[in-house]
Every structure is written in structure tokens, then in C-alpha cells.
Design a protein around this ligand. Structure first.
Ligand code: SF4
Length: 248
């Protein structure tokens, strides 16, 4: 499973070193909302690893999925990654790969080993392996160093400070810190998501929002529009980054 993240490059690199590249497929599911530099990285990383890069897409982006499902994804329920990634990839596996002769490799690293059991259950009957949970353990800086040695420029979102290279720096599972960074580094993109959130609220006729306000002892939806106002007013917006786990 090749996501365009540093972890999936490092994992695929290990697979290539251990097993060769003759039967190696680098399977990428496009959410149609990726950062433009992801595609540059995807192709350079795939050329460096070897194997065949296979790109598939449902055709919708996460906002279109939320409209179709009449539900805004959140940190617990994520129809976007379920439909645009997991189910799409699973269908592709069903059509193209026999479970008895195929291993699904994921870029989970040793700090996320708790996700492995859940991933194994999800991808059954395919065998799942997580090369980055094996020794020698690599930290994220180690992976960036290896990438530099391979002569590949990291995806630009990492350099801007984003923790992952999914959905162009956006994620319904992201916390306030990531949205503050998105507003700071790519205000136009932030405004685009702010407008899509407003559109979905009108469509659903519901007070829903990606972010939550937990002040005053209760939890209420906090729209990207309101959140932008808080950032502009210099209010403390917290340090919650949230977490993305599209393949899990
Ligand atoms: S990165 Fe976030 S918004 Fe994008 S598909 Fe994954 S869970 Fe959904």
C-alpha cells in the first residue's frame, strides 16, 4: 500500500531489498485531493524502489463522499478513507491478487505497532506484513536521512511541518494544530475547505464541523470559519494534531 508518505517509501524499500522487485506492486489510491507535490514524490520514490506503480481512484474526493453519505467524517468514523482507500484497494486486491500468493505490506512503524492487529483483521484473508516494525528500527529522521541519501526531495508538506502527506494537508481526523498550520502555510487551501464545510452544513441542515470546541466543560462543533476567526484574534488554539490512519 503506497500512500506517498515517507513511511510507505521506507517500507517498500525494505520489501524490495528483502524480496526483489519482480512481483512488487506499489498500489496508490488517489483521493483527488492530494498535494501536487505528492505526485512528483510518488513517481521519484517508485523509480527509486523499483516494481510497478499502480494508481487507482474512485473519482470522488472526501467532500463529495461526505455529501453522498450525508455524513461528515470524524476521528472515529471516516467514510472518506473507507470508500476512497480501504474498500477501493480491497476490491482491486480481490480482482487482481490471490490471497495465498500475495502479501499486503503497510507502512506502519514500530511506534504504531498497536495498529497492526486491527490492520491484520481488516485485510484478512491476505497476509499483512509491516517491515518497519522489524529491526533495525527507524525513526522518522532516519527515514528522511535515507531519502536524502537516495537523492529524493521529501514531499513538501513534511517540510512545511505537516505530520503526513495525505489529502494535501487536510484531514477530517486532524486537530486544531494541523488546521492552524494549513491556514498559515496554505490559506487558499484552508479557505477552500472552509467553504466546503459550509456547503456540507447547508446540504445536511445540521450543525456539524470537523473541529470541536471543548472549552467550558462541554463539546460543541467548531467550524473552520469560526476557527479562522479565533486564530486571527490571537486566541490560544491548542496543540492537538489529531491522527490519520487511512489504511487502518
Ligand atoms: S487523510 Fe483524512 S480526510 Fe483524507 S481520506 Fe484519509 S481520513 Fe479522510
Amino acid at each position: 500500500m503506497f500512500s506517498g508518505g515517507i513511511g510507505s517509501w521506507a517500507a517498500a524499500k525494505r520489501v524490495a531489498e528483502q524480496h526483489g522487485t519482480k512481483d512488487l506492486l506499489l498500489l496508490f489510491a488517489d483521493t483527488q485531493m492530494e498535494d501536487e507535490d505528492l505526485y512528483r514524490f510518488l513517481h521519484e520514490a517508485a523509480a527509486n524502489i523499483g516494481g510497478e506503480l499502480v494508481k487507482i481512484a474512485d473519482g470522488r474526493d472526501p467532500w463529495q463522499v461526505f455529501i453522498n453519505c450525508r455524513f461528515l467524517g470524524n476521528s472515529r468514523v471516516d467514510p472518506c478513507s473507507r470508500i476512497l482507500k480501504r474498500e477501493l484497494l480491497r476490491r482491486w486486491l480481490e480482482q487482481n491478487c490471490k490471497p495465498e500468493s500475495t502479501t499486503v505490506y503497510l507502512g506502519i512503524d514500530w511506534t504504531e505497532i498497536h495498529r497492526f492487529e486491527r490492520a491484520k483483521r481488516y485485510w484478512h484473508p491476505w497476509k499483512v506484513a509491516v517491515p518497519l516494525c522489524e529491526k533495525p528500527y527507524l525513526s522518522k529522521p532516519d527515514m528522511f536521512q535515507l531519502l536524502e541519501r537516495a537523492g529524493i526531495e521529501p514531499p513538501r508538506l513534511y517540510k512545511m511541518g505537516f505530520p503526513h502527506n495525505n489529502c494535501g494537508g487536510f484531514c477530517v481526523k486532524a486537530g486544531q494544530a494541523q488546521f492552524r498550520l494549513l491556514l498559515e502555510k496554505m490559506p487558499e487551501r484552508y479557505h477552500y475547505h472552509e467553504a466546503r464545510e459550509q456547503e456540507l452544513r447547508r446540504h445536511l441542515r445540521k450543525n456539524v464541523a470537523i473541529l470541536k470546541d471543548r472549552s467550558g466543560g462541554k463539546t460543541t462543533p467548531l467550524t473552520l470559519r469560526e476557527f479562522r476567526g479565533r486564530v486571527k484574534a490571537g486566541l490560544n488554539t491548542g496543540n492537538d494534531w489529531g491522527g490519520c490512519g487511512c489504511f487502518l
